[in-house]
Ligand binder design. Sequence first.
Ligand code: SF4
Ligand code: ZN
Ligand code: ZN
Length: 309
Amino acid sequence: MGFPLLKCVKCGGEAVVNLKPYGLVLCNEHFTEFYEKKVKEFIIKNKLIKPKEKVSVAVSGGKDSLACLIALDNLSNELNFQLTAYHINLEIGKFSKQSQKTVREATKKLDVPLEITDLKKETGFTLPELIKINRRPPCSVCGTVKRYLMNKVPRELGNEKLATGHNLDDILEFTVKNFLNNNFFWLSKLKPLLPSVNSKVLTKIKPLFERTEKENAVDVLSKGFNLPHLTCPFSRSSEWKEIIAKIEEWKPGFKLRFIKSFQKINFPVEKLNYKRCRICGELSSSEICSFCRVTRKQTGNLQELKNRK
Ligand code: SF4
Ligand code: ZN
Ligand code: ZN
């Protein structure tokens, strides 16, 4: 991880990271100081967390969600909020086993209470089974399931906010793709803080909105946490991420400047006519919510569906 020819600009020690947008080459200790200061300033500036609030952090086991867990745990005393962690076991073979192990180890090390939902117990299906019966892109099925559970389970446990580890690279890719496809509804929701619209909806916060995936990975590793080496078998490389990375290489600081300017645009928030899902009672834009449709809850006969695979 080190840069043998580069020295930390603060102390002259061995550098572990070169942060070109900031003109900073830093050692482990000074990177940690930089990173924690940036996250704290961002949370305070955007009023992401109020004193005494109950915050649940969604932890998949990847570098970004782990970085989010560590950063919030580090600030929970100082900013006076209660932190718990939430993990969904998607049951994608070895990948999920390793992810869950990482999450258990990290939360134990930090002493943060952890809640886990097993998808199979909750719905009768693993994620690969749901993908098979829905015949939709894997990440679309996965996104439906995760969005629903991350909103419902932590809320029912008494939390007021859900924190996720979305990083600058993901946010920029999402912004470019949705902008090019005129999906302004999704862009209107892409905020560091998305307030609740209803008692059935948790307020969502993204404390790492301006942190890159590289910064998150360096932070997790430099603090002695393990990162899983397996990636989800359904993940695909993103062309847009590669294009954005090339621009960043030519113009260091592009990503951050772009997203900061883009956030100043106020996309009209489309008022959806929310109803209660006829099956589960959660908020939905149609009679039956997408989670109940994807998990075939409306049929009431899971076995029949399993036989049809
Ligand atoms: Fe889910 Fe897709 Fe991520 Fe795999 S890559 S965990 S299927 S969203
Ligand atoms: Zn240093
Ligand atoms: Zn439903």
